[in-house]
Design a protein around this ligand. Sequence first.
Ligand SMILES: NC(=O)c1ccc[n+]([C@@H]2O[C@H](COP(=O)([O-])OP(=O)(O)OC[C@H]3O[C@@H](n4cnc5c(N)ncnc54)[C@H](OP(=O)(O)O)[C@@H]3O)[C@@H](O)[C@H]2O)c1
Ligand SMILES: *[C@@H]1O[C@H](CO)[C@@H](O)[C@H](O)[C@H]1NC(C)=O
Ligand SMILES: CC(=O)N[C@H]1CO[C@H](CO)[C@@H](O)[C@@H]1O
Length: 328
Amino acid sequence: MIVYFLLLVIVVLFLGYREKRNNEYCRSNRRLEGRTTLVTGGTSGMGLEIATDLADRGARVIVACPFVEEGERALKIIVKKSDNENVVFKFLDLQSMESVRIFAKDILESEERLDILMNNAGTGFGDQLLTKDGYNFTMAVNYYGAFLLTMLLLPLLRKSGTPEEPAKILNTASILHYVGILDFDNMNKLNYWSALRLYCNSKLCLSMFTVELAKRLKGQNVIVNTVDPGVVGTPIFNTYCGKLGIVATLVANYLAKTSWQGAQTALHAALDKEASKTTGEYFKNCSVRRAKEIAYDDDVRVKLWKDTVRLVNLEESDVQRLLHGAMN
Ligand SMILES: NC(=O)c1ccc[n+]([C@@H]2O[C@H](COP(=O)([O-])OP(=O)(O)OC[C@H]3O[C@@H](n4cnc5c(N)ncnc54)[C@H](OP(=O)(O)O)[C@@H]3O)[C@@H](O)[C@H]2O)c1
Ligand SMILES: *[C@@H]1O[C@H](CO)[C@@H](O)[C@H](O)[C@H]1NC(C)=O
Ligand SMILES: CC(=O)N[C@H]1CO[C@H](CO)[C@@H](O)[C@@H]1O
C-alpha cells in the first residue's frame, strides 16, 4: 500500500510540476447562448471550473452529483461567478444504473436540447465496494455509469447537433489509463485489483468507449473525444490510502495544476473550432495525442463494447434505437 502511495506521490511531483508550468489553455472565445450543457460532477474540482466557464459563455448548464448539499452549494458559486441564472442541479449517482436511468429520463423529458455532455465525474482510489445492483464501485462510477448515461442521452444529442456544430461528448480519462489492464475475466472482481489499478482500468475502458462510440456515430452530428486533464490538485486524492489521502491532496494542491488549469483541455475540446472536427481522439494539453495502443484494436474494443452493453442491461434493439432511431 505504502509503495503505491509513494509511487503516486512521485508521479504527481514529476508530471504535475512540469505540466503546471507549461499548461496550454482554452483560447476559444465562443459564446454558448441557446446551448444546453451537462457536466457530471460539475460541483467540485475541475467539473466546477468547467461548469462555471460554460455558464460564463451564456450556456444553460446542468450539473449533477450524488450529494444534494454539495450540488446546491456549487450552484450558488456558478451563478455568482458567471452572473448566469440558467444553471440547475440534478441528483445523479453514477454507481447506480437505476439512478442513471431516472436521471437520463428526466433530461430527455425536460430538456429541449443537449449540445455538450461532459462526462467529468469520477471517483478516485477509495474502498472497493460492491454497489447495490452488484457492480464494483469504481468501475460503476467511472465507466459503466458514464457509458449508460451517454447511450441514453444520444437521441437528444443527435437531435441537437448539426453539420456545422456537432453535439459533443467528452469523456474524462487520465494518464493512468496507460497502465490500465483489460482483463475480461477479472475486470469486475472485488478485492482482486488494487484501488489504484481499478482506477486505471476504468479509465482505459472509458478511453476505448470513446473510440468505439465515435465509429458507431460516424455520419451523425455527434462527436466524442477523450480528455486527459493531467495531474490536478483536487479533492479526488482524499480517498487515497485512507488518511494518507489528505497528504496526497496537499502535495497535489501545491505542486500539480489548479482545477482551472486542469479544466482547460476539456474546454478546448468542447469549444475550439478545429477540435470540433475531430472524433474518437484523445486530447491532452489542448492537443491530440494517442491513447493506449489497445484502444485502436478493433476486435478487443468490440468485445468490450458488447460486454458492457450486456452488463448495463441494454438490449441490442435499444442500442440500435439509441444510435440511429428518432427520439421516442
Ligand atoms: N485530479 C487529477 O489529477 C485527475 C487526473 C486525471 C483525471 N482526473 C479525472 O477528472 C475528473 C474530475 O475529477 P476531479 O479531479 O475534479 O475530482 P473531484 O473534485 O473529486 O470531482 C469529482 C466529481 O465527480 C463527482 N462524482 C463522484 N462520484 C460520483 C457518482 N457516484 N455519481 C456522480 N458524480 C460523482 C463528484 O461529486 P461529489 O463530490 O458529490 O462526490 C465530483 O463532483 C474525474 O473523472 C477524474 O477521474 C483527475
Ligand atoms: C503544452 O502545450 C503548449 C503549447 O503548445 C506547449 O508550449 C507546452 O510545452 C505544452 N506542455 C507540456 C507539458 O507538454
Ligand atoms: C457487474 C459485475 O461484474 N460485478 C462483479 C463485482 O465483483 C463481484 C465479486 O468479485 C462479482 O461477483 C460481480 O459479478
